[in-house]
Write a protein that binds this ligand. Structure first.
Ligand SMILES: Cc1cnc(Nc2cc(F)c(C3CCN(C)CC3)c(F)c2)nc1Nc1ccc(F)c(N2CCCS2(=O)=O)c1
Length: 270
């Protein structure tokens, strides 16, 4: 049964609501800004007594029309994803005054993985790093099962829910692979720094699950270069081999996320 506060407010205010009324949105602080728009920490407080839930609200930069289409696609993408290792969609908030809309998502208190690693270097040992790698791998395996290519996988786009849980965020560049092809070719060159891009993404603007595997290798490198290496060298060498495999020059050489997942589980057992 719904908690009393929701019963009193009727169906539109249920926990699994998808429309947030702007009048109940309490701005708290900025979380991040980019060419995409901005993400803010808000409290949705219909009772006005500060008991409402904390949410992350992504607003679109009020400019080019094409952004609105891309934003709609991003909302449709994240709304279709249901996985423990992917940041949860909560709903949308229409602000009629400005004829704009915002994407409402669950709020993960620890911020991006990069910031977390910098602040908690001593906490993230080898084992914790492999746990995070395994969660990101499972999230990517789920994305692949939905025929999505993330295209912007990097530690800055991974969010930390707790000391033992990370989630993939930011589906602004995510594309669906057409049913009759193995890859997605973009027309416009990407915005991301090419450090995370597979060779074919740079030379031919081709993106596939295997180019996400390349980027996953870079995320492993980011994770690994922050954590303590004071653990068993077998894990270290296992991880190094995984990274090198993700960086196979041709996409076919690279492992699948399920193979990588198995290798990570094996390394965790060691
Ligand atoms: C959906 C979502 C849920 N929870 C959270 N929690 C969150 C909690 C935090 F304390 C912080 C920081 C931590 C550090 N201090 C100094 C400032 C606040 C933080 F940055 C985020 N953030 C979300 N989104 C989000 C926010 C901000 C972003 F820059 C990006 N992006 C980054 C590259 C593309 S991006 O748009 O993915 C996504």
């Amino acid at each position: 049964p719904l908690p009393d506060r929701d019963r009193a407010l009727g169906p539109s205010h249920q926990q699994d609501q998808s429309v947030y009324e702007e009048r109940h949105l309490r701005y708290i602080s900025p979380l991040g800004k980019g060419n995409f728009g901005s993400v803010e920490l808000c409290r949705y407080d219909p009772l006005g007594d500060n008991t409402g839930e904390l949410i992350a609200v992504k607003k679109l930069q009020p400019n080019k029309q094409s952004n609105l289409e891309d934003f709609q696609k991003e909302i449709n993408t994240i709304r279709s994803l249901h996985c423990d290792y992917i940041v949860k969609y909560r709903g949308v908030c229409y602000s009629m005054g400005r004829l704009s809309m915002s994407l409402v998502m669950e709020y993960l208190p620890y911020g991006s993985l990069i910031g977390y690693l910098e602040k908690n270097r001593q906490l993230v040992n080898n084992r914790r790093m492999l746990l995070f790698a395994s969660q990101i791998c499972k999230g990517l395996e789920y994305l692949q099962s939905m025929r999505y290519v993330h295209r912007d996988l990097a530690a800055r786009n991974i969010l930390v829910a707790s000391d033992t849980l990370v989630k993939i965020a930011d589906f602004g560049l995510t594309k669906i692979i057409p049913f009759d092809k193995e890859y997605y070719r973009v027309t416009h060159p990407g915005e991301s720094p090419i450090f995370w891009y597979a060779p074919e993404s740079i030379t031919e603007s081709k993106f596939s699950h295997k180019s996400d595997v390349w980027s996953f290798g870079v995320v492993l490198h980011e994770l690994f270069s922050y954590c303590e290496h004071n653990c068993n060298p077998k894990r270290v060498s296992g991880l190094t081999n995984m990274m090198m495999a993700c960086w196979g020059y041709s996409a076919e050489e690279r492992p699948t996320f399920s193979t990588l997942g198995d290798q990570i589980e094996t390394s965790i057992q060691d």
